[in-house]
Design a protein around this ligand. Structure first.
Ligand code: CA
Length: 400
């Protein structure tokens, strides 16, 4: 297809919002620019600075693999004198050390326990009795913290108190909201704490993680634009392979299976199943891509997995898109058969309520935080029963 025509079509998609009915309930979905190929290097940054008030952002931790130095930085902006500072501390450690802890500074009083290396986790788990599935956070740290406390996953000191439970974050922690850094560190630290108590935290990659690591800053909040502008920074450099958070993110999975349920950000499309891509090969493909984007894109499989029919961008469970049709019942059965699964749980395409679709074979859990007339909720699966779990900690049975 002609390149300019393609850009025109994609721009149209960007401004169209879809309305349709599920179970007689009117649902409006806003589709952002669904273009994984978008490249614009001149993004820094057209957003208005006037919305920026106080900024205390961090920590950003640089720890090179062969280094005996850990460098921790925060960004600090004072609107009264319009001064923006980068506050940095350097810690001398031994080159052999593989873990490190420090107390936050520059308005941050939290403690951090970090590792030098992060390894890919297994993508398959059995006999898990309770699973909480959390949709696209998009930097809404306050909601996340409130949710985890009210549902007794963590206590007031952010300690894990949820026993052997598993939490699945279905991707898209990055972009839109103003507290991406805080959200990432909360999940990162919780992962470590949960494991110690026999629980698990799974952080799945979404399209916005891929964008953030790959120089695509279309959805950065004005706060991060402001920081990048002031320091002439490229946002993705804050998450490069020299950074602890960058290495942690690059170790993550895109699809996992717990009991007989698949979890992924956007969904598994018929094309992915037709190509017989196993869970492990999907995860490996995305990790290779994040490790060496240019080189890995020479392979057709990478283009498929990273593209808009891949698990990071697909919307066919909910709607037709310009280049594919909404999924059919038969196609869903074929996908479930191939992966030997009974359900697929996904986020990415917003709905106002957690909604079992196609006879409960699919469940969309992307319920936006901070949206008028939408009650914030996540999914709880306990002993094979499904519940909507609200911000208050209350739960509601889902009839499936
Ligand atoms: Ca998404």
């Amino acid at each position: 297809m002609n390149k300019f025509f393609r850009i025109f079509i994609l721009t149209l998609i960007c401004i169209i919002s879809f309305s349709f009915s599920i179970n007689k309930e009117k649902i409006t979905i806003y589709v952002a620019m669904d273009n994984p190929d978008f490249k614009n290097k001149n993004y820094y940054c057209s957003k208005d600075d006037s919305s920026v008030i106080n900024i205390h952002d961090g920590p950003y931790i640089k720890w090179k693999i062969n280094s005996s130095k850990v460098i921790v930085s925060y960004f600090d902006h004072n609107p009264k004198n319009d001064k923006t500072k980068k506050v940095t501390r350097k810690y001398q450690i031994s080159e052999e050390d593989t873990s490190f802890s420090f107390k936050g500074f520059a308005y941050d009083s939290l403690n951090y326990f970090i590792d030098k290396h992060y390894y890919p986790e297994t993508a398959k788990y059995n006999n898990v009795e309770k699973i909480m599935v959390i949709g696209d956070i998009h930097g809404e740290y306050d909601y996340l913290l409130k949710l985890l406390r009210n549902t007794k996953v963590i206590d007031e000191k952010n300690n894990w108190i949820w026993g052997h439970g598993h939490i699945v974050f279905c991707g898209d922690i990055f972009d839109r909201g103003n507290n991406v850094t805080e959200s990432l560190w909360l999940i990162n630290q919780l992962e470590k704490k949960a494991k110690k108590k026999g629980g698990r935290v799974h952080f799945l990659l979404g399209n916005h993680e891929i964008m953030a690591l790959n120089d695509d800053a279309r959805y950065l909040s004005p706060k991060y634009c402001f920081i990048c502008n002031r320091f002439e920074l490229n946002y993705s450099n804050l998450y490069n392979k020299k950074s602890v958070m960058g290495r942690w993110l690059r170790s993550k999975n895109t699809v996992i299976k717990i009991n007989d349920i698949l979890f992924t950000h956007a969904g598994i499309s018929p094309k992915i199943a037709e190509n017989k891509l196993s869970i492990d090969s999907i995860n490996k493909t995305v990790r290779n891509y994040l490790d060496e984007p240019k080189k890995s894109l020479r392979k057709p499989i990478t283009n498929l997995v990273i593209g808009n029919e891949g698990p990071l961008w697909y919307r066919g469970y909910i709607m037709n898109l310009y280049n594919y049709k909404k999924i059919s019942n038969q196609e869903i059965d074929e996908i479930l058969n191939f992966y030997n699964a009974s359900h697929i749980i996904f986020g990415h395409t917003d709905l106002p309520k957690i909604q079992p679709l196609f006879n409960s074979k699919l469940i969309d859990i992307a319920i936006p935080f901070k949206f008028r007339n939408v009650k914030e909720q996540v999914l709880l699966i306990e002993k094979n029963k499904y519940y909507r779990l609200f911000l208050s900690g209350e739960r509601e049975n889902i009839n499936n």
